[in-house]
Design a protein around this ligand. Structure first.
Ligand SMILES: *Cc1c(COP(=O)(O)O)cnc(C)c1O
Length: 348
């Protein structure tokens, strides 16, 4: 309420001090030189791609099992989407599979740190370097996550994140940001988010209207003070699941790649009896969810790409077998133990 009062009293709602302050604070937090606040995560991805001049003649590699926004951003530029299958156990982009997807039109790789686990960034960065490709991290689900001690959102040439309310760092509405160490890309992203306008009524490029407003920036600056604590909580809760649910039926828990950190945006398990387990938990008062039930290539929106069932078998298998168990800061240990108990009863 104090934050709301302060911003309201100033009567300056767009591109002001609150945004400047949050951008500095988030850049520091993410250990990058520049942060550019935008309206949402999809715009952050779209603007990142446009900043790199990616367009209709280019190809961008993206996971086959991501949230559809990763794909939509590529569509927004007119570039060709080149899906690559994930590792079935970590759910993240499999670097070994990147090689076969690179052509002379490939411009960029978009690793997505899905569910809060860092992709294998050493291998991905090395492949990108060898092939002179840009890297754009989709860090929407992994605020505060690291790979070999380096924060996700700081590896790529330019990276995007979302502060949608349910993300690990969430605004009280839509919001997103771009992070980069490159001052030229940062400048261009700033132009693009504000009509391509350098100064008022002076337009350099064809931009968007995608600004992170003062009120959301001010709220986010307050919430950023708590993210470290929330992340510790998420990890502690996830550890209970890991301990309690070892070797139960055919259930597979999320695998963590050797040098990757996991900030547990979601705790996603896998079982052939997914629908039955979900119903059983629902009957016991436990709400679960599926992230995501239909992979992008089988969505109506992408019918024109001509992918049939079976085109990306790992993404499809995941869509049919994954289940997100409840996990959020503030959840009690006893809640997790109750859920684990009900899961054990299901398999007994
Ligand atoms: C949420 C999300 C986005 C999009 O963010 P919005 O702020 O909802 O536009 C993009 N990619 C991934 C992986 C996401 O989870």
């Amino acid at each position: 309420m104090e934050t709301f009062e302060r911003v309201y009293q100033k009567k300056w709602y767009i591109l002001g001090n609150e945004l400047d302050a949050f951008e500095k604070k988030y850049a520091e937090y993410n250990e990058v030189a520049h942060c550019i606040g935008v309206a949402n995560g999809l715009d952050a991805l779209t603007i990142s791609l446009k900043t790199l001049n990616i367009g209709p003649d280019d190809e961008v590699i993206v996971p086959s099992n991501t949230f559809i926004a990763s794909w939509l951003a590529i569509s927004n530029t007119g570039a060709k989407i080149v899906p690559v299958e994930p590792d079935i156990n970590t759910y993240n982009l499999d670097p070994q599979k990147l090689w076969n997807s690179i052509t002379n039109k490939t411009k960029a790789i978009m690793p997505v740190h899905l569910y809060g686990q860092a992709c294998e960034m050493d291998a991905i960065m090395e492949i990108a370097k060898k092939n002179k490709l840009y890297v754009i991290e989709d860090n929407a689900q992994a605020h505060g996550c690291t790979y070999q001690g380096q924060l996700t959102g700081s590896f790529g040439d330019i990276n995007a994140t979302s502060f949608y309310p349910t993300k690990n760092l969430g605004a009280l509405g839509d919001a997103g940001a771009i992070t980069t160490n490159n001052p030229i890309l940062a400048e261009k992203a700033r132009l693009l988010r504000n009509y391509g306008s350098e100064s008022k009524y002076n337009n350099q490029v064809i931009g968007l209207n995608s600004r992170l407003d003062e009120l959301q920036a001010a709220f986010l600056a307050v919430k950023l003070n708590h993210i470290a604590t929330w992340t510790i909580e998420r990890k502690a809760l996830a550890n209970i699941y890991h301990e309690q649910l070892k070797n139960i039926g055919d259930m597979r828990l999320p695998d963590i790649a050797p040098r990757a950190d996991h900030v547990y945006h979601l705790f996603v398990i896998r079982t052939e009896q997914r629908d039955k387990l979900q119903q059983h938990l629902y009957n016991n008062g436990i709400d679960t969810a599926i992230h995501y039930p239909i992979p992008p290539h089988l969505q109506n929106a992408y019918k024109h790409l001509g992918y049939k069932k079976g085109a990306f078998p790992i993404a499809e298998k995941l869509a049919n077998t994954i289940l997100s168990l409840p996990l959020y800061p503030g959840m009690k240990n006893s809640d997790i133990l109750y859920i684990c108990d009900r899961i054990k009863k299901f398999y007994a």
